[in-house]
Design a binder for this molecule. Structure first.
Ligand SMILES: Nc1ncnc2c1ncn2[C@@H]1O[C@H](COP(=O)(O)OP(=O)(O)OP(=O)(O)O)[C@@H](O)[C@H]1O
Length: 295
């Protein structure tokens, strides 16, 4: 199973605003984490992959066939969880799933079985008859994931699935995504960087409509070796450190602060220690520091 994005470009505002610029990707089963600052083109890409938006040039193919030509048979294998908005607050969780199953054209008997199964999977059986308006943020995210899974999709697209959740719910949703990812192409766009570091087979980093990097987490982290440092400094020096360096984290420690710095050069003002990079450091290095990896 392969989803290919071939050289896609897209502009808005009569060509004035460039959203995607000759983007190409190859996706096979597994979780892909899409990361990029606001305006990088993530939503535009997802809208094109879901065939809700036409690119100006380039094409998306599923197993070699153009998705536009596949039409309904492509939509039948697609599951999409949009960002949380416009939930039917008066619907119960169960009624919402029935409604979405009808929109997707699922036969009644199949819908009944899927809804029962999915309510169990997302752990909302007990709350299925409560109004969505009374659901917590995490419960709403879970019912949205459940609706995306109604047709047992081969391609699952999740837009910010953990937005606004507390850490416990985030971990739960993250683990849940891992377990349902088997034999599916899962595309997950998020600003919550640590969420994908642990579950993504590959990370896709985008900036200004272009692909910065598509690779497994470890090789990306390896490229950050000797670019992340920790210094222990007095509080008075913090402002100087923030002015001069890309600071990724500050931790109050005793009578000073421990500061995590991302950059090409080891800070010389203080005694610095090189530390193990994480994906947040990569994000900061590429996007806040406006740098690129040497090829
Ligand atoms: N309908 C539209 N009309 C005009 N410009 C648009 C439209 N949709 C997106 N854009 C612009 O295209 C660029 C890419 O936007 P897109 O929403 O795809 O990025 P994103 O990475 O999803 O951003 P975010 O993280 O903020 O959701 C941005 O500069 C945005 O302002």
């Amino acid at each position: 199973m392969k989803l290919s994005i071939h050289n896609i470009s897209k502009r808005y505002n009569k060509g004035k605003k460039r959203a995607l610029d000759h983007l190409s990707l190859e996706l096979t089963p597994g979780v892909y984490g899409i990361l990029g600052p606001n305006g990088a083109g993530k939503s535009t890409l997802m809208n094109i992959i879901t065939d809700n938006l036409k690119p100006d040039s380039g094409q998306v193919t599923f197993n070699g066939q153009n998705i536009t030509e596949l039409g309904k048979s492509y939509r039948d294998i697609l599951g999409y969880m949009p960002q949380q908005q416009g939930l039917y607050e008066d619907f119960t969780g169960r009624r919402f799933l029935w409604y979405m199953a009808a929109l997707k054209g699922l036969p009644k008997s199949l819908a009944e079985e899927r809804i029962r199964h999915l309510l169990q999977i997302v752990n909302l059986e007990q709350d299925a008859n409560k109004r969505l308006g009374s659901y917590s943020g995490g419960m709403k995210q879970r019912i949205l994931i459940a609706q995306a899974l109604l047709n047992d999709p081969k391609i699952l697209i999740l837009d910010e699935p953990t937005a606004g959740l507390d850490p416990k719910e985030r971990i739960r949703i993250r683990n849940f995504i891992s377990t349902i990812a088997m034999n599916k192409i899962v595309i997950l766009a998020t600003h919550v960087v640590p969420d994908i570091e642990f579950i993504a087979k590959q990370i896709i980093l985008m900036k200004q409509g272009q692909l910065v990097i598509q690779d497994e987490p470890q090789p990306i982290l390896n490229r950050m070796r000797d670019k992340v440092f920790e210094v222990h400094i007095p509080v008075e020096d913090l402002e100087q450190a923030q002015r001069k360096y890309n600071v990724s984290n500050i931790l109050s420690e005793g009578d000073g602060v421990s500061v995590r710095i991302v950059g090409d050069e080891c800070p010389s003002e203080w005694e610095a220690q090189s530390v193990k990079p994480n994906l947040e450091d990569v994000y900061l290095y590429l996007f806040e520091g406006n740098r690129s990896f040497p090829s």
